[in-house]
Design a protein around this ligand. Structure first.
Ligand SMILES: [Zn+2]
Length: 202
């Protein structure tokens, strides 16, 4: 399926299942579902997630570089601050783990590791370190990506590192089903947003 279809289906599925109540839940939910919906296709160079990941990694590495230089030159206490703050340590560990897994996944063949239960478990674990309430939104969107890819003709290695894969050979990635899923996902998101606003006002 196309990236925009995975996005629409992933966000719609997370919103429909988890029904966020507060604005922070809605914001965290949509953000986590957005990443969960497209991160699997980091194993395709031209995908939304692959291009986005390159930029995020660049910004993250630049920030780390700046922090290291500032700490080295001015001894502002960044290292001891992170060491003393257990939450910062946890979040930094989660981000580093998430990025390492994505870097590994990017080097694997399409629809192998990044489309498997192994990746779902490890990535969800690293999201739990970064922001625990984001985990269900991320996981549901990730699973929706794998389920929609299963409809295509290319096998999905669900049980990586085991060999062999699964596909239902029901439709092509850019065909009618892709368009129907995109429209259905978009409509569900709009309905969910309208319901959220309605319940907030009345
Ligand atoms: Zn995919």
């Amino acid at each position: 399926m196309l990236g925009k279809t995975h996005l629409a289906v992933g966000i719609a599925a997370s919103m429909a299942v988890l029904q966020p109540v507060t604005l922070s839940q809605l914001a965290i939910g949509i953000s986590a579902a957005t990443v969960g919906a497209v991160i699997s296709d980091i194993d395709v160079d031209t995908s939304i997630s692959s291009r986005g990941a390159g930029k995020v990694a660049g910004v993250y590495m630049t920030l780390i570089f700046i922090a290291v230089v500032v700490e080295w030159l001015f001894h502002v206490g960044i290292v001891s601050l992170i060491q003393k703050n257990i939450i910062w340590m946890r979040v930094a560990t989660g981000i580093a783990l998430f990025m390492s897994i994505c870097a590994f996944g990017k080097m694997q063949p399409h629809r192998s590791f990044m489309h498997s239960f192994s990746a779902l478990l490890i990535l969800s674990g690293s999201v739990a370190l970064i922001c625990p309430i984001a985990v269900p939104y991320f996981s549901i969107a990730f699973i929706s990506h794998i389920l929609t890819d299963l409809l295509n003709y290319k096998k999905v290695r669900l049980f990586y590192p085991l060999q062999g894969g699964v596909c239902f050979k029901m439709c092509h990635a850019k065909g009618l089903v892709n368009s129907v899923l995109f429209i259905a996902g978009t409509v569900i998101i709009i309905v969910e947003m309208v319901m959220y606003i309605y319940y907030k006002i009345f």
